[in-house]
Design a protein around this ligand. Structure first.
Ligand code: AMP
Length: 215
């Protein structure tokens, strides 16, 4: 299974990717996670990326493309991969196609998780993530049993810097202008499989497995 996840910020792509990893053991390549890790470690790449991320803008293509190429060459990607948050614009999608052709690991599907625009804001402002295990919660829809504490491992939850209201607005604008056209890009290739991203996480996951033809 080699897929890209399409869908707006807050559509639940990361949550569904994590469920696919748990069930099928293939790696999730989240450019957002890799960038955040670089920011946390204070690497030169992280320092460059942070200014864009804090504003809700896209990090330059050259930075992200290098990261993805390095990651795809790792051994664990031989059994498949889930690209989450990449590509984010047509240029990245074209470069990805070239990269995958040369690595002989082209995509099987583009999975689109569709959520009405009005719901995205609450999903993003309510999102909380565990510092230790990455488990995600939402204070409106899927609150942790104890405020600020992860149900799974007991460690502290945090709100991403770019999940604050002003940045979210910008991220959604950037999505509409630059990322939404990818539906067309992959649609023309007949690769798009869509699921409604509303309802329970498990129900959405069932639909994801169905459209991807997974058992
Ligand atoms: P995400 O976690 O996917 O929502 O990404 C958080 C932020 O990281 C985005 O708002 C961008 O600033 C940056 N980012 C993540 N993936 C990409 C990408 N493929 N291209 C450019 N910037 C990205």
């Amino acid at each position: 299974m080699r897929i890209v996840l399409l869908g707006a910020p807050g559509a639940g792509k990361g949550t569904q990717a994590k469920k696919l990893i748990d069930k099928y053991g293939i790696p999730q390549i989240s450019t957002g996670d890799i960038l955040r890790q670089n920011v946390a470690e204070g690497t030169p790449l992280g320092k460059e990326a942070k200014s864009y991320m804090d504003k809700g803008e896209l990090v330059p293509d050259r930075v992200v493309l290098g990261l993805v190429e390095d990651r795809l060459k790792k051994d664990d990607c031989k059994k498949g991969y889930i690209l989450d948050g990449f590509p984010r614009n047509t240029k990245q999608a074209e470069e990805l196609d070239k990269m995958l052709a040369s690595l002989d690991m082209s995509l099987t599907a583009a999975l689109s998780v569709d959520v009405p625009f009005e719901d995205l804001m609450k999903r993003l402002t309510g999102r909380r993530t565990c510092k230790a295990c990455g488990q995600m919660f939402n204070i409106y829809f899927n609150a942790p049993k104890k405020e600020g504490v992860c149900d799974k491992c007991g460690k502290e939850l945090f709100q991403r810097d770019d999940d604050k209201e002003a940045t979210i607005k910008k991220r959604l604008e950037v999505y509409n202008a630059q990322t939404a056209p990818l539906m067309d890009y992959y649609g023309k290739k007949g690769m798009v499989k869509s699921v409604q991203g509303t309802g329970s996480i498990d129900d959405i996951f069932k639909k994801v497995c169905e459209v991807l033809g997974l058992k």
